[in-house]
Write a protein that binds this ligand. Structure first.
Ligand SMILES: O=P(O)(O)O[C@H]1O[C@H](CO)[C@@H](O)[C@H]1O
Ligand SMILES: O=c1cc[nH]c(=O)[nH]1
Length: 235
């Protein structure tokens, strides 16, 4: 077991999907995994292991924000030897070509968090990047499926409510959408020499004010989850 995951070492697969929301972890396990077992309930950060089309995999809730995902990603890699981590999250659209329900494959992650500064020191601006193999596989599958998807830079910000952020400047520099975990996931995957990708579904648009209905959110969650599962089984 680790500090925040109460499970024996072999209870977690070498591939883990990472939703922020514990109930999304339960939904993925209940809907898509064969014979899922619940291996963690500490802080209600549910974790499940089962199989998908014969491939053993786990789903671990990460909570919201960089501090929270940093705990789970670190323990999964350091204590459980997890090799492949795929975040399945929601994101707010920023760029005009991004529409609600689209899928975003986060090629890189910009941040206002101090994690980069605290890791490398002043004057070094490390660029947290997705694993190219995972990214290329997911993009190919999304393309073949005719999904509306985008590949590019996302903002992983420290605050959900952030009136001070100059998001327009980021939009001008090509940032597609905003969320709250991906920079830490990519930074930690680099630290532990593992592979990571964030697959995100656009739940709302911060510029147009467009929102999704509960039904639309569910459908787009399913598109995103299926893409993540098919990426895993295609590796
Ligand atoms: O849907 P999840 O995976 O939680 O991700 C997004 O939703 C939360 C904010 O509502 C943040 O965690 C953000 O990154
Ligand atoms: O962090 C997030 C996630 C979804 N939508 C947002 O606006 N922000």
């Amino acid at each position: 077991m680790s500090t925040h995951i109460d499970a024996p070492k072999d209870a977690i697969a070498d591939v883990v999907l990472l939703p922020g929301d514990p109930l999304r972890a339960k939904y993925i396990a209940d809907t898509y995994l064969e014979a899922p077992t619940l291996y963690n309930t500490v802080r209600n950060a549910f974790g499940y292991t089962g199989t998908y089309q014969g491939r053993r995999l786990s789903v671990q809730a990460t909570g919201m924000g960089i501090p929270s995902i940093s705990i789970y990603a670190t323990e999964l890699m350091q204590d459980y030897g997890v090799k492949t981590l795929i975040r399945v999250g929601t994101t707010g659209g920023l760029a005009s070509q991004v529409k609600v329900r689209d899928v975003i494959l986060a090629q890189g992650a910009t941040t206002d968090s101090s994690i980069i500064l605290n890791t490398f020191g002043a004057g070094m601006y490390f660029a947290p990047l997705a694993d190219f193999g995972l990214l290329e596989t997911a993009a190919r599958l999304a393309q073949a499926d005719g999904m509306r998807y985008h590949v590019g830079n996302v903002l992983g910000e420290d605050r959900f409510y952030n009136d001070e952020m100059d998001r327009q400047k980021l939009i001008d520099y090509g940032v597609l959408a905003t969320e709250m975990e991906t920079p830490a996931l990519y930074l930690l995957a680099a630290k532990f020499h593992r592979r990571a990708l964030a697959i995100l579904t656009v739940s709302n648009h911060l510029v147009t004010g467009e929102e999704t209905t509960a039904q639309e959110r569910q459908t787009s969650f399913d598109d995103m989850i299926r893409l993540a599962l098919r990426t895993v089984t295609s590796l």
